[in-house]
Design a binder for this molecule. Structure first.
Ligand SMILES: Cc1ncc(COP(=O)(O)O)c(C=O)c1O
Length: 313
């Protein structure tokens, strides 16, 4: 889907016109993948709009930058305020928000230290990410996720998404909606842009971060919601075949939100319908995000933009 443009993009503290948010082809990031970024959603509320877990996302951006020795010249509070300013300046909600920190134009060569750090924040309308009405058809990818101590999986770095692109393209070429990557030891890691959850015998499982999974903010939200609902939750390594015999499997992510999986490698999961636990978690997640249920965990940051779409769970 082509990007729907908005008016302004925040750049190093100033709102500039969308069309002027350009970088030079000799910028470090273009040649060596030196960027870290975030993906955040702003949801419509019964009155106004709200960003979902804004401080947690911006803290992860700061953490990703720290891993790569990138010094962001803004505090957590300044970055959060910049997101709110950008959304309010553009007057677009619901929306997806894309903050990015990159190594810009300065020197060539792998060593990035001589290149300036540039911070941009854009927002634009974006709908559902995982296709598949009634659940996604998914495959196990022939590509593994990042091996430990190669590309750090806890950094949400642009370069990591070369691996994600291989997983996503392979899945689509073979007729699936999405692929799940195994880690270097053959254990379940995550989707190309989502964390994975499994339900079996009433227990909720998800791989620990040591299986090369991103520490998803939605993953954390689902773990919190599940505990609140009184479910038994366990973060433990998941062998591939557990997916095939699961009662329910679903993806989580800012883009994917809570997305049920209908089949994996053409093996139908459970009875092929969205499971009871997936549905209860999704109801709570969308209820909170859309302001239809109490914000009991303090996850919403209000923005002064009226939602352009009806509120739906
Ligand atoms: C590789 C990968 N895993 C997991 C996630 C889910 O993370 P979050 O819930 O913070 O969006 C994402 C999305 O950002 C991702 O790209």
């Amino acid at each position: 889907m082509p990007i729907q443009t908005t008016e302004k993009i925040w750049h190093n503290g100033t709102l500039i016109p969308w069309d002027q948010a350009n970088i030079h082809v000799m910028s470090h990031v273009i040649h060596y993948g030196s960027s870290v970024f975030e993906g955040i959603r702003c949801y419509g509320q019964p009155s106004g709009s709200a960003v979902f877990r804004l401080p947690e996302h911006m803290q992860r951006l700061i953490d990703s930058a720290r891993i790569y020795r990138m010094e962001i010249p803004f505090t957590l509070e300044e970055l959060c305020a910049a997101v709110v300013d950008t959304i309010e300046a553009n007057g677009v909600a619901p929306c997806y928000i894309r903050p990015i920190v990159l190594r810009g134009y300065g020197e060539m060569g792998v060593n990035p230290r001589g290149c300036p750090i540039e911070v941009y924040i854009a927002n634009y309308p974006w709908g559902k990410y995982i296709a598949g009405h009634g659940g996604a058809d998914v495959c196990i990818s022939s590509w593994n996720r990042l091996a430990p101590n190669t590309m750090p999986a806890l950094a949400k770095a642009g370069a990591n998404y070369m691996n994600s692109q291989l997983i996503k393209m392979e899945a689509e070429v073979n007729g699936y909606h999405e692929g799940i990557g195994l880690d270097v030891n053959g254990l379940v890691s995550e989707g190309s842009g989502e964390n994975v959850f499994v339900v079996r015998n009433g227990v909720l499982f998800t791989p620990p971060l040591s299986n090369s999974a991103l520490s998803g903010i939605t993953r954390d939200s689902v773990l919190t919601i599940a505990r609140h609902l009184g479910l038994t939750v366990t973060e433990q390594s998941i062998p591939r075949e557990l997916l095939y015999i699961a009662d329910e499997v679903f993806f989580t992510g800012t883009a994917a939100e809570v997305s049920p999986i209908r089949s994996i490698d053409r093996i139908v999961i459970g009875d092929g319908k969205t499971g009871e636990i997936t549905r209860r978690i999704a109801d709570e997640f969308f209820g909170i995000a859309n302001g239809l249920k109490p914000d009991r965990f303090g996850w919403l940051t209000p923005v002064k933009v009226d939602s352009s779409e009806p509120v739906t769970a």
